[in-house]
Design a binder for this molecule. Structure first.
Ligand SMILES: [Fe+2]
Length: 600
């Protein structure tokens, strides 16, 4: 029987801390978030462990990290488990869609129609129970609380810098809608409106991206591609997204097919008549594809501007929080900040479904239990850390020579490497949460020559040449280089680089003159800040390039993966904590390739 605050008796009575475990399973980006007395303790994505991007699998390895033999907590210490889906709503929505236009809509029962979740999504609590019993043995489990999907996205407001804000959630689909608007004040969130599931900017972006030959979760690539295009399809594309009164939108069902066929056949014949056939991924990208990407990006931005202008008019807050997968669109975010009356826009590092485990726990802590707010998310370093012993063991196993350095000397050495145009793998402390590397699992390089983009692509990343690399800038010198005046530690907006500065950091500039910045302050990450500070002393430039530490795989998590990536690519230097590595001996490289091939 629940005691005060809806917590089990023993939790309320016997323990100083209240532990809420948010879990994602059966939908993409599975993982966990542990909230202790309302503060994030650890947030882990399963993909970092099982090495499958956007994995749907049960988060066994993430759970094992916390509750397994080497973990730091017992499952019995958890008071409540939260899941970011409301079963009643998701069953009604999905089954309603399946039976809405029989027989065509029965296609939605096929797995290929919805690759981002399994059928288990209709029964998450029981799937979680079975998984936990299987992993940890039969036992009494904490209650599993269902929090709505958009509630879970919106709840990042509780760790935002704002006492009050308007909150916009936009993703592929939640359990009862695709876009929703909220107002947040103190420890309360109130939903203002919600647009239906198939009037989804996220789904449209995904489906047009697939039409352009980019697989699921490559929407960021299409956003970059858009900058290469022009307005050829501007008017034709406007038929797809209708801007309705009161800041609402509608997707034109005469052109889309995904309400009945999902991703199997997302468009109706008329779409192909206007926009041509689907591009196969191995076919060349032409101006035609650039222009479709341009139109998609343009109308996504216009739709978001339409919504946010009206939200400002009605609710008057100067602060906007954006969450959901669409919030990863940093070009749109920059336009919202530039072209609406919102003075501050905040996007969490876990805007996509990487953050709904965290959000569901936050929602329960604040909205359901009524606890006050006393925590702001100022950095993203809540992933797993590795000890010096684990680093040394991994280096020895790889057969690499290394040098342990004192911090001051290490920062100076790495800054000199960057000034000498070396590419450095940089692995420090706890991993970042969310899809972006923000300075603890990053590849760093100078931005002073355009050639650096080609070099990183040729030697490390092997990705499309048109995709930009992101600059990181010391917060104190932000306005000197960018047309932007707010901290953005999570790389969520793409402002213009000042025209007179582009020549100093050409590798940071996208074709449209923007740069997806990350600002860094000393307090959030002293070591990362320190490297750039030392580099600025050498070169006068407080900006370097930061790209994620990986090569067409999930971002590295532990030292062994970092070493493998360093050896399988052509990085010049590797830094693991205090350890500096420049050894690239042939035997170690060969072993790294063999091991990686075997694991694949
Ligand atoms: Fe979502």
């Amino acid at each position: 029987m629940p005691a005060r605050d809806g917590l089990p008796h023993d939790a309320a009575r016997n323990r100083a801390r209240v532990n809420i475990l948010g879990l994602v399973y059966t939908s993409h980006d599975s993982g966990l978030a542990l909230l202790s007395d309302g503060k994030p303790n650890v947030i882990l994505e399963e993909e970092r462990f099982n090495r499958i991007k956007h994995t749907l699998k049960y988060p066994r390895m993430a759970l094992d990290t916390v509750f397994g033999p080497g973990g730091f907590m017992r499952l019995d210490d958890i008071d409540v488990i939260t899941c970011p889906w409301n079963m009643k709503r998701i069953r009604r929505a999905l089954l309603g869609a399946v039976f809405s236009q029989v027989p065509a809509s029965l296609n939605l029962l096929r797995h290929e129609a919805h690759r981002t979740h399994t059928i288990g999504l209709l029964n998450v609590p029981n799937r979680l129970k079975l998984g936990l019993w299987h992993q940890f043995g039969l036992r009494r489990l904490p209650p599993i609380v269902q929090v709505g999907h958009h509630e879970s996205h919106a709840a990042v407001f509780f760790v935002s810098p704002f006492e009050e804000a308007t909150v916009l959630v936009a993703d592929g689909y939640g359990d009862d809608g695709a876009t929703s608007a909220w107002t947040g004040r103190g420890n309360r969130l109130q939903r203002r409106w919600s647009d239906p599931m198939f009037d989804s900017l996220g789904m449209l972006y995904t489906c047009v991206s697939e039409h352009l030959g980019f697989p699921y979760f490559q929407e960021g690539t299409v956003m970059a591609l858009a900058a290469m295009g022009g307005p050829t399809y501007k008017d034709k594309f406007s038929e797809l997204i209708r801007l309705l009164p009161q800041g609402r939108i509608e997707v034109n069902k005469e052109l889309i097919n995904y309400p009945t066929h999902g991703l199997i056949e997302p468009f109706k014949p008329r779409f192909y008549e206007v926009f041509g056939p689907r591009r196969k991924s191995n076919e060349p990208l032409t101006a035609h594809h650039h222009d479709i990407a341009w139109a998609l990006q343009h109308w996504t931005e216009e739709a978001l501007l339409h919504m946010t202008r009206e939200l400002y008019r009605v609710h008057k807050s100067k602060n906007l929080v954006i969450s959901g997968g669409v919030a990863l669109n940093c070009v749109a975010n920059a336009r919202i900040l530039r072209e609406t009356d919102f003075e501050r826009v905040w996007v969490p590092p876990v805007a996509s479904d990487t953050g709904v485990c965290f959000g569901s726990a936050l929602y329960h802590w604040h909205q359901t239990l009524g606890n006050k707010r006393d925590f702001e998310l100022t950095h993203a370093f809540y992933g797993k850390a590795y000890s010096d012993q684990e680093i040394v063991q991994a280096l020895n196993e790889a057969g690499l020579a290394y040098e342990r350095m004192e911090e001051g000397a290490l920062l100076k050495r790495v800054a000199q490497d960057l000034a000498d145009m070396k590419i450095v793998g940089w692995f420090q402390g706890r991993a970042e949460i969310g899809p972006r590397a923000l300075g603890n699992r990053s590849i760093l390089s100078s931005a002073t020559t355009n050639k650096m983009k080609d070099l990183i692509n040729a030697r490390i990343k092997h990705r499309e040449a048109f995709r930009p690399f992101a600059p990181v800038v010391l917060i104190e010198r932000l306005e000197e280089f960018f047309e932007y005046a707010h901290p953005d530690p999570f790389m969520t907006v793409a402002p213009m680089i000042r025209k007179d500065k582009v020549a100093q950091i050409p590798a940071a500039a996208h074709v449209d003159g923007t740069g997806r910045i990350q600002t860094i302050d000393r307090k959030a990450n002293p070591r990362y800040y320190g490297v750039i500070e030392e580099y600025a002393k050498l070169t006068g430039i407080p900006v370097i390039l930061n790209t994620s530490f990986n090569r067409q795989e999930p971002v590295v998590n532990g030292p062994a993966e970092a070493i493998s990536c360093y050896l399988r690519t052509d990085m010049d230097r590797l830094v693991l904590g205090d350890y500096y590595i420049m050894d690239r001996n042939e035997a170690a490289i060969s072993r790294a390739f063999q091991k990686f091939k075997k694991a694949a």
